[in-house]
Design a binder for this molecule. Sequence first.
Ligand SMILES: [Zn+2]
Ligand SMILES: [Zn+2]
Length: 273
Amino acid sequence: MRFVIDHDYHLHSNLSPCAQDPLQTPENMLKWAERNGLKEICLTDHFWDEDVKPLNGYLSGTYRNNGYAQNSKAFPLPQSEKTAFHFGCEGEMDFAFRIGITSARMKDMAFVIIPTTHMHMRRMTVPEGITLEQRAVLFTHRFNALLNSPILPAGRTGIAHLVCSLIAPEHWEDHLRVLEMVPDSVLYHQFRRAKERNFGVELNIEMKKYSSEELQTVLRPFLIAKECGCKFYLGSDAHTHAELDRAMENFHRMVGALDLSEDQKYHPSFGEV
Ligand SMILES: [Zn+2]
Ligand SMILES: [Zn+2]
């Protein structure tokens, strides 16, 4: 049975500082999900725990003033009979590969996603003047740090947008060059570990932006993940209502390109919230 498009576990409301769309409210997101037959969605606004000091005392704007007090303003999340709405977050790791969520706060998150590819935030995640080769090394280190983090819970942790252009944001081609530098052997090792830890692999590829040749580069990690027996979930990463409207078509394209079946779907436990 083909992978059914029935969820989206990476969504931002306008509580995220980079999501300014007044239409991007939990109520509108729930209505969108219902219209499109999604049974479960999860709010994952950017989050950096007030109780974690970043290594050099610096947080990028994306993660400033996004502690629990701010993000929980979304409570109570609207619910419907057709669609369950969960509360989670998109966390981050700093220069020292330390994740900005305390173990205590993790209990309040039904699902947590960690992006290893936010490599556009100078001073917080990447040093100045870093080369593409160094970015390939950093990509690997950050992914390893996620996979080995003792605080991330099995069954409700997602690996967010692993191939996005933020890996090397200066020129469009750059993130493709960086991805090409990461050997298959490293990715096999990493995805075996992801399976072992029961972390989900987020499907988030802007399919329309790539030529068929470029698609080979961005699909490679996912095909390796599939071979390693990893499970996948859909994440639109929509920051605006217009992005939500485009999400369903992209979901279908990704599932088709990777030829995923329903038994390859990640089902988060959503913890005890
Ligand atoms: Zn992100
Ligand atoms: Zn996001």
